[in-house]
Ligand binder design. Structure first.
Ligand code: AMP
Length: 537
């Protein structure tokens, strides 16, 4: 009897995000790939280091998730590339996380290894090491490797020379990274981003903007912000060089751009506001730039014009997107006459990338016609897989609409008659504070515990150029003083989420729905009456 041969199920593959680095290391081995903290690495050197890290990670592969407790350093870049090379998923861990939160993340993520730089090493207390994965790789910038019983802690220079010749083959469902962002329930949510989605983004951007090996891109972000993925991986995709800015250089970006002859720039717009304040953004001062992208916050039209004048040889683009749709997926060129959002004086967010779709929906997820505001929903090749370990939240935020998977951004928007999208603010209490995405409810949850009072509120304040500079807390009915509350919050939240002031008030103002009236609280801060109320207690 004939046996019917079993049909092999075809497993779809996708390109490893470290593959362009490998290719350029063969084709142009001596070209500059990375300049960071005074060190310059060619494509050959960066590929060799990534391969060695990958060799170590492959020997311990279990979950294939690797934590990167590092930023703006060689260990961060090589750790990310080595993880990808080994076929793993990198998880950037914020260096501003308090110990308890770091330990909590370790317990949920089940990491295979941790990669740390000098700043990460400083966080390795005995408690952190005890909760961390057994294998910890330390960048060569760190002096004095800590030792701990039961832990296998090695510096990069101790890694042997072996490692997979090429970046690992990966399948279509492979996750490139998991990026943690603030969550309303008090627990941060991990956005799982597939390599496929990153590859789609890179291809679209490269088809449009054609970076070449002569380009010199700046790394303006920490690795916990997904704009860093654009800066790193678009650069290496094109065989160009990446110039990582350290925190000091971030204070004087114009000088950095001029000194390094930077040609490609992507940052949050609040950096432009800072440069305007410092008077370092004068017309014609940034002639080397040919590509300037802004993302992450509303781009005020005046700010965009000032940048365009300072960088007369540059295309300027406002790009829009949440981490859940991989870096950005709508774009609006800043060309006179600028497409401006009525009554907001900000640049429109434009149209969807090829392979992506945007629409405005009502609360029943029905599409709304142009001119009617509603929630911005996104669909297409760049959508994230969802939130790590949170299937219910994933189902809620990534619903199926007419058989298609969409992501509900929580952004209020409108599509105009020309098909251009505009951002009108948020439908919830998510805010951006100096580029960091924060859910105010998350701060309030911890403020409740820290103040031992149920009556609390947090607002983003002060606002300037459409972006918030800090957080202010309010508590009612707490017996604890401000410093005690803030000290407690520092143990629970990353530093950028800790309120700069916590006002103790008699009663919190309520709106018609009986909810805390955040607008009234902001007015009390603007008019200086918040402090007066506190003094009257
Ligand atoms: P993140 O996940 O940190 O990239 O933050 C995503 C959120 O930032 C979006 O949902 C928007 O609220 C905001 N955002 C991103 N890009 C823009 C933009 N170009 N204009 C206005 N808001 C933006």
């Amino acid at each position: 009897m004939w046996k019917v041969p079993r049909r092999a199920t075809a497993i779809a593959m996708t390109e490893n995000i470290a593959l362009p680095l490998y290719r350029h290391s063969l084709e142009r081995p001596d070209a500059l790939a990375l300049s960071v903290n005074g060190r310059e690495l060619s494509y050959r050197e960066l590929a060799t280091l990534s391969r060695r890290i990958a060799g170590c990670l492959q020997t311990i592969a279990r979950t294939r998730r690797i934590g990167i407790l590092a930023s703006r350093s060689l260990a961060a870049c090589a750790g990310i590339l080595g993880t990808a090379w080994s076929g793993g998923t990198y998880v950037p861990l914020n260096l501003k996380l308090p110990q308890t939160r770091l330990i909590h993340l370790f317990s949920t993520l089940e990491l295979d290894a941790l990669i740390v730089d000098a700043r990460g090493v400083a966080l390795l207390t005995p408690e952190v090491v005890a909760a961390a994965p057994r294998t910890i790789l330390v960048g060569d910038d760190a002096h004095g490797i800590p030792s701990a019983e039961g832990a296998d802690i090695r510096s990069f220079s101790m890694l042997n020379n072996q490692g997979p010749e090429k970046p690992a083959d990966i399948t279509e469902d492979h996750l490139a990274y998991i990026e943690f962002t603030s969550g309303t329930t008090g627990v941060p949510k991990g956005v799982m981003v597939p390599a496929n989605a990153v590859n789609h983004y890179l291809k679209v951007m490269q088809d449009w903007f054609c970076l070449t090996p002569d380009d010199r891109a700046a790394e303006t972000c920490d690795i916990t912000f997904d704009l860093s993925v654009h800066n790193m991986f678009l650069t290496w995709y094109a065989g160009a060089s990446l110039h990582v800015m350290n925190p000091l250089q971030m204070v004087a970006p114009a000088r950095f751009i001029r000194d390094r002859a930077i040609t490609s720039w992507l940052s949050v717009p609040s950096i432009i506001a800072m440069m305007r304040q410092n008077r370092t953004l004068e017309p014609g001062t940034l002639p080397s730039l040919r590509l300037s992208f802004f993302c992450g916050e509303a781009l005020p039209a005046g700010t965009a014009r000032a940048w365009a004048k300072a960088a007369p040889n540059s295309r300027v683009e406002n790009i829009y997107g949440p981490t859940e749709a991989t870096i950005a997926c709508l774009r609006q060129p800043v060309i006179e006459p600028i497409a401006i959002t009525p009554n907001r004086e900000i640049v429109a967010i434009g149209r969807a990338y090829p392979g992506m779709a945007a629409r405005i929906v009502d609360s029943a997820l029905r599409p709304l016609p142009s001119g009617i505001p509603g929630e911005i929903a996104l669909s297409g090749a760049q959508l994230a897989r969802g939130y790590f370990g949170q299937p219910e939240l994933t189902a809620e935020r990534f619903p199926l609409i007419e058989g298609e998977r969409w992501y509900l951004t929580g952004d209020l928007g409108v599509e105009d008659e020309d098909g251009i999208f505009h951002h009108l603010g948020r439908l919830d209490n998510q805010v951006k504070v100096l580029g960091n995405r924060i859910e105010l409810e998350e701060i309030e949850m911890h403020l409740r515990a820290a103040s031992q009072s149920d009556h609390v509120a947090a607002v983003a304040w002060p606002l300037s150029d459409g972006s918030a500079k800090g957080i202010v807390g309010f508590v009612s009915g707490s017996a604890l003083d401000e410093n005690t509350i803030k000290d407690d919050l520092r143990q629970r939240l990353p530093s950028y989420m800790v309120p700069s002031a916590v006002h103790r008030v008699g009663d919190l103002p309520l709106n018609g729905n009986g909810k805390v009236d955040r607008k009234a609280l902001l007015t009390s801060l603007d008019t200086g009456t918040a402090a007066v109320t506190e003094n009257a207690l």
